[in-house]
Ligand binder design. Sequence first.
Ligand SMILES: *Cc1c(COP(=O)(O)O)cnc(C)c1O
Length: 464
Amino acid sequence: MSDTRQRLKEIPGMDIILNYDWVQTWSEKIGRIRIKRIINQELNEIRKSILNDENFEFNAETFKNSCLNSFVFASRPNLKRVINATGVVIHTNLGRSLIAPEAVKAMSEIALCYSNLEYDLKAGTRGQRNSLIEDLLCSITGAEAAFVVNNNAGAVMLCLAALAKNSEVVMSRGELVEIGGSFRIPDIMELSGAKLIECGTTNRTHLYDYERAITENTKMLLKIHPSNFRIEGFTTSPERRDLAKLSRDKNLIFMEDAGSGLLVDGEIINLPSNSNEITIKSCLEHGADIVTFSGDKILGGPQIGGIVGKKILIDKIKKYPMARALRVDKVTMAGFEATLRLYAQGRYDEIPTLRMLRLSSDFMKDKAVELAEKLSHKINAEIRVLPVEDAAGGGSCPEIKLDGFGVSIKHKNFGAGYVQKLLRGLEVPILCGAREDEIVLHVRTLQKTDYDVVINSLEKILNA
Ligand SMILES: *Cc1c(COP(=O)(O)O)cnc(C)c1O
């Protein structure tokens, strides 16, 4: 016991530690308060070790190295660039869509300057931020009116609350989806105050199922795009046009949550003709009264939730108090507007998500060959180019597998899992695929500036 007390006494006090030269240097870089916090955590670990292990003693050198490691880590941003070599274009865990350079320019200008976010320059009076994008969104989708909120989950909740609170909303059991763990339609429905009425079965729902579920309390028919799953085999669901007609006949609202936000014809991004994906414009043409979608999935813009449709309904949605809680920030607004302008001009290859979906096989093969070649000069491992399966990903087009190219690297001593771990620990972390004992770099999702970083990092790690 007295020995434990003696070992605890050997730990220097905070005041002394804060005066060490190496601590002072870092204190300027990350701030005194955070330095103290980190040192405290380090000291707590040491005290715990002393109490739990009778052979453990304070060691100044070990303490210093451990602190320095923590300081370096604390000095780097928590949210940082990573390199996506997974071939999954819209990767929800990696920030979904990259934003077009032109949109980034607009975002940075609006962030750095005052703007007419809510000021009508013509009239010299207060304006509406939504008016900045409404006309563009209407001209691209053919809608009568449009509104944007923070994200699609918010858009769905707002529409349900504004249009169907305390009323029944009928939807198919085949569409009761959970997206990304936190967006569950039944939960969103409950939060909105609308009452969910399920009809049909998981694999088959007929028009008469909807018809029978309608009561005098029904306000809406809701269709949800099965963004991240697909039921295969014996399935049926009514055509949009038929749902729209039923809804008109019964004086209901027909709303669709389209999920990914396709603004261009499928061929433009090489979707197969039998794909389930449908443009926002077609949803409206087929009779949907309200359509919601994400801004950062296949649309390829910043995170927003788009709402388009009938003016009379959009007006109600805009005025609903919940809209204020979901409003879009000015920087996002600038980026979204700039992205829509690229659409209006048909400049699809300047929208990174669309560009990566459209890449040709030849282009990716050339990129893979070039990367493999450069790597083989730098690292001692088995390197080859191979065809790979990429994906659109991120709650869009689950059925669509994209053919891509990759570079596999097999190190004679390091297993794939170990190399992946090393790559994740880099200052610019690299995420990639793996198969058996080789890692696979998918080139589809590599950006121009990624290649040198990938080559240098792999050289550093694998030749170490
Ligand atoms: C992704 C998705 C959502 C959620 O959209 P966020 O923009 O992530 O809030 C809702 N519905 C469908 C069908 C989706 O695919």
